[in-house]
Design a protein around this ligand. Structure first.
Ligand code: HEM
Length: 432
C-alpha cells in the first residue's frame, strides 16, 4: 500500500457530470482522494448511482454530514450494499424516531462492561487457538486472517449468548467474512455474499423464534435476548427476519475485526519497534496502536446519504435528494489533519488525542444521536488486546504476497498473512 497516485482516467474524471459509479468501483480507495486533490476546498462535485453527488471532507464536513436536518439514510444506500453488508431493514437505513428506537438496541455495546466481556471471550478463544496453531504451523502455514475470523466468531457468539454446536464456528465465520468481502463488487464475491446472508438470516430468524417460544434460553442482558425482545418504533417486537438482520449487525462487524488483525500483523512487520512496546503491555501505547491501525489501513472508503432539502456546502449547491458523500479514507489520510498521513506512527495519538470528528474509520459525530458506529469501543478494545497478544507471539513469516491492493474494496494483505513455527505464550504477557 502507499499513497494513492493520480489515475490515468483523469481526463474523463474532469468532466463533472458523467456518472462516476464505475470509476469508484474500479479505482477503489484512491478514487475520491484523487478527485479531492484536484479540487478546491475539499469539495468534489460528481455523479454517483445516477444522482448528483457532492463529496466532502474534514471535521466541519463531518458535522454537516451528521446533521439530521441535512442528510438522511433512507433510500441512500444502493441495494447491492444493503443486500450483502447490512441487510434489509437494518438500523443503518433508518432515520429520525425509528432510527433512535432501533439504535437503543446497540448503544449498551459502548459501555465498558460490554467491552470487557467481549474482550474476555475473544482472548480466551484466541488462547485456545494458539495452542492449535503451534501444532499445525510446524507442517503448514497458518493464515492469520482466516484464523482470526474463527476466533472472533467463537468469542462473539459466546458473549452474545448465541449457541454454536461443534463444527459450526468455521462455516459461520466464512459466511460472515463473505458478507463483508462482497459488498463493493459485481463479481462472484458479490453473489457469494448474498448467498451467505440468505443462509444466515434464515438461521438467525429461526433462533429468534426459538427464543420467543422458550425453546432456547436467552438471558435479557445478552445480545440474543435483547434483540429477540426489543420493541421497535411501532411498539411491537421486530419481525424475526429484521431481528436476524440486527443480530448479524453485531456479530458480522465483530468478525470484521479480522481485517484489522491482518493489518496489525502487517504493521508489526512494518514497524518492528511497535512489537517491542506492545510486548511490555503498555496500555496507552496499545490504544494508540489500535487507533493508528484504524486510521492508516483502508476499510470503509466513504459513506453516503441523501440531502433532506436543498443544501449548500462551501458554496457548492446540493439539490434535495442529491447524494452527500463523506470521504472517510481521504479524511483519515488528510495532510492537514495528520501531517504525515502515510507514515504508520501510533505515537501521534499519544502526542495529541484525535478529536471526535477527525478520526472517522467508523463514522463521525455522536453514536448516541446519529449513525456513528456503536461498536467503536468494542473494536478498539479487541484490537488493543489482540495486538498485545500477536506482538508477544513468536512466529516466522514465510515468503508471500503481503501487498494491500488499493483497488480492491475491502482490501487486505493478499496472502491473508501466513505464519509458520508459531511459538511463545498463549496468554497475555507480563513484561518485555
Ligand atoms: C471492523 C471494525 C468496524 C468498522 C470498520 C466499522 C465501521 C462502521 C461504519 C463506517 C459505520 C457507518 C457509520 C455511518 O453510517 O455513519 C458503522 C456503523 C455501524 N456499526 Fe460498525 N464498524 C466496525 C465494528 C463494529 C462492531 C464491533 C459492531 C457491533 C458489535 C458494529 C456495529 C455497527 C452498527 C450497528 C452500525 C450502524 C449504526 C447506525 O446506523 O446507527 N460495528 N460501522
Amino acid at each position: 500500500m502507499g499513497r494513492p497516485g493520480h489515475s490515468g482516467a483523469m481526463d474523463v474524471l474532469s468532466r463533472p457530470l458523467a456518472d462516476r459509479t464505475l470509476f469508484a468501483l474500479a479505482e477503489g480507495y484512491a478514487w475520491l482522494p484523487n478527485r479531492m486533490r484536484e479540487s478546491r476546498d475539499h469539495v468534489v462535485r460528481t455523479r454517483l448511482l445516477g444522482r448528483p453527488a457532492v463529496a466532502v471532507r474534514g471535521p466541519g464536513a463531518v458535522r454537516f454530514f451528521y446533521d439530521e436536518g441535512h442528510v438522511r439514510r433512507h433510500d441512500a444506500l444502493p441495494e447491492p450494499v444493503v443486500g450483502t453488508l447490512f441487510g434489509h431493514g437494518a438500523v443503518h437505513t433508518l432515520d429520525g424516531a425509528w432510527h433512535r428506537a432501533r439504535k437503543e438496541l446497540f448503544l449498551p455495546l459502548l459501555d465498558t462492561d460490554h467491552v470487557t466481556g467481549l474482550v474476555d471471550e475473544v482472548t480466551a478463544a484466541w488462547d485456545e487457538a494458539v495452542r492449535d496453531w503451534r501444532e499445525r504451523s510446524r507442517t503448514a502455514p497458518v493464515v492469520l486472517f482466516d484464523e482470526a475470523s474463527v476466533v472472533l466468531t467463537r468469542g462473539v457468539c459466546r458473549w452474545a449468548g448465541i449457541p454454536l454446536a461443534a463444527g459450526e464456528a468455521e462455516p459461520l465465520a466464512r459466511d460472515l467474512v463473505a458478507m463483508v468481502d462482497g459488498f463493493a463488487t459485481a463479481g462472484p464475491r458479490h453473489w457469494r455474499a448474498r448467498r451467505a446472508r440468505g443462509r444466515q438470516e434464515e438461521r438467525f430468524a429461526r433462533l429468534v423464534r426459538e427464543v420467543r417460544s422458550g425453546e432456547v434460553e436467552a438471558a435479557g442482558d445478552r445480545v440474543l435476548g435483547r434483540v429477540s425482545r426489543h420493541r421497535d418504533g411501532s411498539g411491537g417486537v421486530l419481525e424475526p427476519g429484521t431481528a436476524a438482520v440486527e443480530l448479524l449487525n453485531v456479530i458480522r462487524p465483530t468478525v470484521a475485526v479480522s481485517w484489522f488483525l491482518a493489518f496489525t500483523a502487517h504493521a508489526l512487520e512494518l514497524r518492528p519497534e511497535s512489537r517491542k512496546r506492545l510486548r511490555t503491555g503498555d496500555a496507552a501505547y496499545a490504544t494508540a496502536f489500535a487507533h493508528e491501525v484504524r486510521r492508516f489501513y483502508p476499510f470503509a472508503p466513504f459513506l453516503g446519504g441523501r440531502a433532506v432539502t436543498d443544501l449548500t456546502w462551501r458554496g457548492e449547491p446540493i439539490p434535495a435528494g442529491g447524494l452527500v458523500v463523506l470521504d472517510v479514507y481521504g479524511q483519515n489520510h488528510d495532510e492537514e489533519l495528520w501531517g504525515d498521513p502515510y507514515t504508520f506512527r501510533p505515537e501521534r495519538f499519544i502526542e495529541r488525542p484525535a478529536g471526535r470528528d477527525e478520526l472517522i474509520p467508523q463514522g463521525g459525530g455522536d453514536p448516541w444521536a446519529g449513525h456513528r458506529c456503536p461498536g467503536e469501543n468494542l473494536t478498539v478494545g479487541l484490537l488493543e488486546a489482540l495486538a498485545i497478544r500477536l506482538a508477544s507471539l513468536g512466529y516466522s513469516v514465510p515468503a508471500q504476497d503481503l501487498t494491500i491492493p488499493l483497488r480492491r474494496v475491502p482490501t487486505r494483505p493478499r496472502s491473508g498473512f501466513a505464519v509458520t513455527e508459531v511459538r511463545g505464550p498463549a496468554g497475555r504477557p507480563t513484561a518485555g
